[in-house]
Write a protein that binds this ligand. Structure first.
Ligand code: B12
Length: 429
């Protein structure tokens, strides 16, 4: 081969590499730190705190929590089976007031698969039937003309199809068809990056498993659309959507077999931005960490079709406690604003530096003239009501940094700075 030939060959090879979605390797100590932050969460085995996403994230990571991990799965099994299958006796009612949702059941099924179990037997079959029934209900809510919306979201819809798929359970074409339609007709990008990424992961599983063969062409095309939407949503910093949707977006881009133009460079940029912000401590929330850990181990939820339960994983040990002396905390002032009510509410609240937004809300409530309510979720406490005002259908209390910047974290994780104004705004989604 002449030197020109060699050059062209090299160019071709480089181009081929550039088309694969690879992310830079993260410092293993940083990965361990992320894993360690999940350990205290795994000691909390009450109904409200159990989180199947943590188990899935850990099993697809390069880390393990030893017997704690086994106990966690055991607790998940007891809890989910009791709450979903148990008789609704008065004994149970106290603990199971909130039954797992469709998406939570789907995550539980992913957790079982992450332990290389196939759901089966009488109890397992009932759980599968429940998930299929949930999906049928959602399909009905969307309606035959696609004018309606799922009661939950297309995120949970996709997650549920994915969970059934990795357990090799067939889902009716008409159910998959609703998700395909949503992706195909999302011309104004109403679906968030998280939602399209989850839909894409479900489609990838169906495609790889040769399921829904009559829809094969539409599934392949929709996967192309998903990839394009995600690439188009890349921010100048490199994130796909925002920092917290980037892990799922990368899961999708690394799992889909076909590569698009510029994919390699886009993934490299996203991966580099992600590593830098992880280093800065942006990932504190257990759910977001659980979605990130597989990416750092070059794994995705689609790998749950054939999980590798023998893969070596490093044993996590608890991090030594931080004994740095605590000096008298500085007091900061945060202004809380609720314009969506009558009369509008505004008040400056004093809290110690480093307090969470939830601490600010608590303090405002103690001071009087302000009330709020929350509901536990896998992401932490979700703000459900302000001044007694509950949200209507497809409404939520949005958290913003005034004047108009939506927060990227919930009330328990966000820590306002001195002089900041936080607005709680009732909006439709
Ligand atoms: C759908 C969705 C919503 C919907 C939920 C309503 C519905 N009917 O589904 C709406 C639009 C209301 C919403 C609101 C918010 N969301 Co949201 N949401 C999601 C999404 C796409 C899926 C959640 C889900 O269904 N999970 C699966 C089920 C099985 O888990 P679950 O715990 O049972 O689900 C419930 C909770 O997730 C809760 N919820 C939804 N978002 C958030 C955010 C926080 C912080 C909390 C505590 C709870 C919560 O609603 C779900 C349905 O009940 C995730 C994406 C992701 N990657 O996880 C983002 C996500 C969880 N949301 C996020 C954020 C930031 C918010 C807001 C704080 C935005 C804001 N500035 O106001 C608000 C919450 C404000 C509040 N009132 O407390 C971030 C959280 C990042 C983080 N650091 O933790 C994510 C990861 C999206 C992102 N990429 O930024 N969200």
């Amino acid at each position: 081969m002449g030197s020109l030939g060699a050059f062209l060959f090299l160019l071709g090879a480089l181009e081929a590499v550039a088309e694969i979605c690879v992310t830079p390797r993260m410092d293993s100590q940083l990965v361990v730190k992320l894993g360690q932050s999940l350990l205290p969460r795994m000691d909390q085995l009450s109904r409200e705190n159990l989180n199947p996403s943590i188990y899935v994230g850990l099993r697809l990571s390069s880390l393990q929590a030893g017997t704690k991990e086994d106990l966690y799965l055991h607790s998940l099994k007891l809890d989910y089976q009791r709450c979903l299958l148990g008789p609704a006796t008065s004994d149970d009612a106290g603990d199971c007031q909130t039954k797992p949702s469709m998406g939570q059941l789907a995550l539980y099924m992913l957790a079982l698969r992450a332990n290389c179990e196939f759901i089966g037997g009488h109890k397992g079959d009932r759980l599968v039937s429940q998930l299929k029934w949930f999906l049928e209900e959602e399909k009905r809510a969307i309606g035959h003309n696609h004018k309606g919306h799922p009661h939950t979201s297309y995120y949970q819809y996709g997650l549920s199809i994915l969970a059934l798929c990795v357990h090799q359970k067939l889902v009716h074409d008409s159910v998959v068809g609703k998700l395909l339609y949503a992706v195909e007709h999302d011309h104004q990008d109403h679906l968030s990056v998280d939602m399209v990424a989850m839909a894409g992961l479900a489609f990838t599983c169906l495609e790889r498993s040769y399921f829904n063969s009559d829809l094969r062409q539409r599934i392949t095309t929709a996967l192309g659309t998903v990839r394009e939407k995600i690439l188009r949503a890349q921010t100048p910093e490199g994130y796909f959507g925002n920092v917290y949707s980037t892990p799922l977006a990368l899961q999708l881009l690394t799992s889909s077999p076909m590569s698009g133009l510029g994919l390699g460079a886009a993934c490299l940029k996203a991966g580099t931005a992600l590593l830098a912000i992880v280093q800065d401590g942006a990932f504190q929330n257990a759910l977001t960490i659980s979605q990130l850990l597989p990416v750092l181990n070059h794994k995705t939820y689609v790998d749950l079709i054939f999980p590798d339960c023998q893969a070596p994983r490093a044993l996590l040990v608890r991090a030594p406690e931080d004994l740095s002396s605590s000096h008298t905390p500085e007091v900061i002032s945060v202004t809380l604003k609720v314009p969506s009510i009558l009369p509008p509410y505004t008040r400056a609240v004093s809290v110690s530096a480093g307090s969470s937004l939830e601490d600010v809300l608590k303090k405002a409530q103690e001071l009087g003239g302000f009330t709020y309510g929350t509901q536990a979720s896998l992401s932490g406490p979700f703000l459900t009501s302000v001044m007694g005002k509950l949200t209507g259908d497809r409404e939520f209390w949005q958290l913003l940094q005034a004047p108009d910047t939506p927060l990227l974290q919930g009330i328990a994780d966000y820590r306002p700075q001195d002089g900041e104004t936080i607005e709680l705004r009732l909006v439709s989604w």
